[in-house]
Design a protein around this ligand. Sequence first.
Ligand code: EPZ
Length: 426
Amino acid sequence: MDRIRIRGGRQLKGEIVVSGSKNACLPLMVAAMLTDKPLTLKNVPRLADITTMIALLKQHGVEISAAPGENGHSHGTTLTLRADRITSTTAPYDIVRKMRASVLVLGPLVAREGEARVSLPGGCAIGARPVDLHIAGLKAMGAEIEIDGGYMVARAPKGLRGARYTFPKVSVGATENLMMAAALAKGTTVLDNAAREPEITDLAECLSKMGVPILGIGTETLIIEGVEQLKAATHAVVPDRIETGTYAMAIAMTAGDVELVGGRLDLLEAAAQSLRAAGVVLDKTNRGFRVHRANGLHGVDVMTEPYPGFPTDLQAQMMALMTRAEGASMITETIFESRFMHVPELARMGANVTIHHESALVRGVSRLRGADVMATDLRASVSLAIAGLAAEGDTTLHRVYHLDRGYERLEEKLAACGADIERLKG
Ligand code: EPZ
């Protein structure tokens, strides 16, 4: 298994090109299942999760071709997906357990084929993560769903019908699943208390290009008019706001000075506000924005919330940054119950963090020391890399496959800015 070795102490300088968003791209790929017409996606990041989604969609019968892409500054792949025929309505356990986003095929399959058998994903490293809202929403649209042998077995022999559904809790995945199902339902679907993440907006914009009328894009009420047929479309995946925020925190950690090319500050307002309060300077440029630091770092309090609040997917990285700030920082995680797995590993590097229920109190320390560390999810892993960039000596990050799920060529992007970092194979 690959490892990444980082020797801390170098300031990051230069530029980093932001890739397309993983969490926008996964549902966009699934949207291709709604139609027999081609969907072309540009700016697709090269990531393990995208490869897993390709494997899942192929086994459902989707034909997929990839070409090197030219899209603005980033050179992500261009994928063309065509679901002429759905050859299997089963999403097997072996793929779903590897990647939870696989459950997004449930809505499109039952909407188009009138049936679906999708493995329940089970728990994961960051929490229990149930899928009850996906199920309840599809039931409101007329699907019959039962659990059998660890699978959600859904039927809608006469097709889905538009409905009004109010989410009792904001869910990104359930909003995406229902939005896609609604595209092929008879009549109008109104989704209240829908998630407003930029990835949802990206999916809504792509569905609009595919001929699905959607009102309220970017708000908590989405009104989707079902259609009989969707059209061919081409769509460029939105830049990854979480990758952008991660690098902003890495740059701040090393007191560096880097332009994040393609980075969109408008999608990162809550995180930008916290970074500015901590003493980080973010200046908009023609190509993205520049991150640097005039003085020291101060501790700031952060609470994760659904968009437009501070993203849970940047919580671990912010905590890594706060380990070196002056003063204390209270970091509260409200989205996932077990998302502090990075804390004991940061402590092994000398961080001073105490957990009280859903909050972590971080008291800044004057130095971190390199260590062998590992994490069990993607964002926790990258937080350890950020800590390693500012630690004395060598940090070796194990279980790098978590990183590879969501960060494209992380070590190359950081090395190009002067980090002493290398991947150790095998
Ligand atoms: C998406 O997961 C992201 N994944 C996650 O990113 C991200 O952390 C999360 O949204 C929150 O922003 C993708 O987009 C592929 P949710 P998702 O449904 O859709 C509860 C990363 O690191 N819930 O918005 O699975 C759930 O347990 C990943 O890239 C239910 O109770 O998240 C959680 O507490 C990790 N019932 C909250 O809602 C449900 O049916 C929000 O989860 C669904 C969710």
